[in-house]
Design a protein around this ligand. Structure first.
Ligand SMILES: N[C@@H](CCC(=O)N[C@@H](CS)C(=O)NCC(=O)O)C(=O)O
Length: 91
């Protein structure tokens, strides 16, 4: 999938979170680009993330409007093939 055709991916993260690094590594490994929103130390941004997805941990990954979830969810979706379907707009 070329960079141009991939949907917009947004990752809410902090710079110190190991799960965030693992999520970025997974996305990087698939050749995907993504926007990072660093919510570390920013209560308003963290609250906005929580409001958006109902989760209180980082990372939180969105593909377009689709909330994938945290690293565990992203990893499971990758292994099951669901992630490729989401990326293709088939979910
Ligand atoms: N199962 C989650 C675990 C994520 C997690 O535990 N993240 C930690 C930071 S590494 C967190 O957000 N803790 C709550 C906090 O920092 O307030 C995932 O795979 O994303």
């Amino acid at each position: 999938m070329s960079e141009q055709s991939q949907p917009e991916i947004t990752v809410y993260l902090t710079s110190t979170c190991p799960y965030c690094s693992m999520a970025k590594n997974l996305l990087n490994g698939k050749g995907l680009t993504y926007n990072e929103i660093n919510v570390g130390g920013d209560r308003a941004l963290w609250d906005a993330m929580q409001e958006k997805c109902g989760r209180n941990t980082v990372p939180q990954v969105f593909i377009g409007d689709h909330h994938v979830g945290g690293f565990d969810d992203l990893s499971a979706a990758d292994r099951s093939g669901e992630l490729d379907k989401i990326l293709a707009g088939n979910v």
